[in-house]
Design a protein around this ligand. Sequence first.
Ligand SMILES: Nc1ncnc2c1ncn2[C@@H]1O[C@H](COP(=O)(O)OP(=O)(O)OP(=O)(O)O)[C@@H](O)[C@H]1O
Length: 774
Amino acid sequence: MSVSPQHRESEGDTEVAAEQRYLTVLYRHLDAERELATRRLHETLSQTGGTPQARTERDVATTTFSDRLAQLNSVEQGLCFGRLDFHDDPAGEETAYIGRLGLFDTEDDYRPLLVDWRAPVARPFYLATAASPDGVRRRRHIRSLSRRVTAVDDEILDLREADQGQDLGLAGEAALLAALERRRTGEMSDIVATIQAEQDGIIRASLPGVLVVQGGPGTGKTAVALHRAAYLLYTHRRQLTTRGVLVVGPNDTFLRYIGQVLPSLGETGVLLATVGELYPGVRANGLELPRPAEVKGRIAMVEVLADAVRDRQRVPEPVVEIEVEREILRLDRKTCTEARTRARRSRRPHNQARRLFVDDVLDALTRQTARRLGEDLLDPRDLDDIRAELAADENVAAALHELWPLIGPERLLGELLSDESLLRTAAGVRFTEPELAGLLRDPRAPFTPADVPLLDELAELLGEDDTESRAEAVRREREERAYAEGVLDVMEQDEEIIDEEVLRVGDVLDAELLAERQQRRSDLTAAQRAARDRTWTFGHVIVDEAQELSEMDWRLLMRRCPSRSMTLVGDVAQTGAEGGASSWAGALGPYVADRWRLRELTVNYRTPAEIMELAGQALAEVDPALDAPTSVRSTGLAPVQRDLAMAALPTVLREVAAAEVGAVGGGTVAVVCPQGMCRELRGTLADATTRSEAGEPNPAVLDVAGVKGLEFDSVVLVAPGEIVDGSPRGWNDLYVALTRATQRLTVLHTGPRPPALSGPGDRPGQDGSAAASR
Ligand SMILES: Nc1ncnc2c1ncn2[C@@H]1O[C@H](COP(=O)(O)OP(=O)(O)OP(=O)(O)O)[C@@H](O)[C@H]1O
C-alpha cells in the first residue's frame, strides 16, 4: 500500500494515540500493583509481637513486598516497548504486548495485559523474520518517554507485503538505530527493547555448562551477559536465588558503568564484583606494575605457594631444647620429622594438619617427662594431666609455633612477598632474577588485585584454623537455643490459662527447631551472603572481559563455581593483560577440557563504520586472520588524525577536548592515553572537566585498561605510537582504544605514526596545525 506523507503521518498519529491509551491502562495497573505492595508492606511493618512463627512469617513477607516494590519501581521507564500481532492465533490471543514485567488483569480472570520479555511468548518479538515469522504478522516497537508514547515502528513480517516496500533489515531497525544514536550518559542502558536474534540465542541458552561468547568490540557482549543473568534468574528463579549469580567485571569503573542495567530489569540479587573483591575481609587496593601482576597470575604460583606453606613446617637442626618448670625437654629431628610426615600425609590443610603434628609432639614430650618422673609411678590420669600442662606451657607453645605455626593467608603472603629469603626458598628456579625482584615489596604495602587469587589459593592450602570459629559457633548456638527456650517458656506460661487439652506450642516446636528457624530468617539475599563468604559457591557465574583473567584468576573463579555453570564473554583480540588469554581453549582446558560451547557475535552496535575501518588496521596487526565485526551504522564522520610536537600537546588537547565536549552536546568524551601520561593530562584538562550524568569526570582521562568495556560519544586518542610500544600486547591495546567511540574519534600523534594508522586521505602535518579533516 502506498500512502502519501500526510496520510502516513495521520495514520501514525492514530496508532500512537491508540498505543497511548493502552499504555495508560498498563500504568494504571502498575500503579495499582504498587499501591497494593506498599499497603501490604506497611501493614506488615506495623504489626508487632505475636508468636515467633508469626514474626518469622512477617520477616519473609517484608522481604517479599519490599522486593516486589523495588521491581515495580524499576520498570517505570519503558514499561511496555513492543507488541506482536499474530495471524489467526488458535488461542484467540491475537495481540501480545511485551514489556519489562508481566501484568495481569485481576478483574478479568487474570488475562495477560503485558508479557515479560523473558517469557516464551515474547520470544518471536526478538526472533521472528519475514522469512520465518513464527505466526507473527506484525511486530511493533513502541517508544516512550516517561509515560508518553513518542513513536511506533512497525515491521510487517510477510514477504508479500515486504515486496511492497517494507524494510526488512534488522529486527526493529528504526528502534535499534534510535537506541544506538542516543548520546551516552556514562551508564550503560539495557537493550531489552531491541535485542537482536543472535544475541537472543545467547541470552536464552540453557543454564548448565560453560558457554563462551566471543565477539569483537561493540557486539553487545556485556549487554548480552547482563540480560542473560536477568533471563536465568527469571527462568530458574528458585535454584538461582538460593545460590546466587556472580557477575565479574575487570574494574570498579566498569562495574559502576554496568551497575544500573540489572536493577533496571528488576533484578537486584546479583553480586557484581572484580576478582580483586572476591576475598572477603581484604580490600586489595594496592597498585602494581603489569609485569609483577603477570608473574603473580602464572600457574607456577600454585607450586610456589605450596612450597611456601611447606617451608613453614620445620624440624629442628638437630634438636630444640624447651625449658618447662626449670627442666629441659628435648625435641629431636627424628621425632619431629615423623610427626611432620604423619601430619602431611593426612592431606589436610596446614592449619588443620597442625593438630596431628602437635598431638605427636605433645605425646613425645609427655613420655619424656614421665620417664623423668618415673613411669611406673604414674597412672593414665597423671599422664593426661602432664600432657595438659605441657599443652598450656608458654615455652612449649613457642617451640610448636616455630616448628608448625598457625598462620593465615594474609600474613603468610605478606611475609613471603616482603622477605627475600622466604621468597627465594619458595620460588626455587621458577622465576628469573628480575621477576623475583619485581615481586618483592614493602611489608606495609597493601594487597593488590593480583594478590587476591594468591590469598584464595593460600586459604585452601592453609585451611581455616577453625578452633576459634568452632567455639564461637557452639557459643552462638547455645545462646540461640537459650533464647528460644525462653520464648517457649513465656509462651507456655501464657497457655496455662488455656484449656489443658489444647496442643501446646512446646509439643510441636522445640527449642532447637525454633533456634534454627531464627537463623534461616536472615533476610540477606544470596548475593549479600555470598559477598561475605569466601567458600560460597554460586549457581551461575558470568565473567565479562574474560580474556583478561590470569591462570590464577581462573582457579579462583572455578572454585566459586564447582557446577561449572558459567557464561564467559570476551574477545581474545582485545586481551591487554600480559597474563591474559590468547585462546579460550588454553584458558579453559585445565578445568573443563573441551566441554564448553562457543557462540559468536558478529555485528558491532557501537562503533560507526568509518571508525571501524581505522580500527580494522590495528586488528590486522594483532592477527591478520581476525575479522573485525561489521558495524551496524555509519555516521559520515571520518576519524580525524593530527600530527603534532609533544610540546604542543597541552594547547592542542585543551582545544580539541573543548570542541568535542561542545560537539557531543552533553554527551561523554574520553581522552585515552598511555598510562604514564594520565596524571599530567588530567592536570592539563582540570579547568575544563565537568561531571557526566553518571557522576564520572567529563572529559575522562584514562589509559587503555581504564576504558576497557566502556564507551563514549567522542574519543580523543593521544600518542597511539606509545601505546603500541608500551606493552607486548600494544596492538591489542590500540585496537581497544580505537573502538570506544560511538560517534567521533580524534587521534593525536605526538611521535611517528604507527604505520598501520597512516591510510589514504590523511594529511600528516606538524606542530598542532589541523592535519586531516572529517
Ligand atoms: N541489541 C541492541 N540494541 C541496542 N543497543 C545495543 C544492542 N546490542 C548492543 N547494543 C549497544 O552497543 C554498545 C556496545 O555493547 P557492549 O558494551 O555490550 O559491547 P561489548 O561487546 O561488550 O564491547 P567491548 O568488547 O568493546 O567491551 C552498548 O551501548 C550497547 O548498549
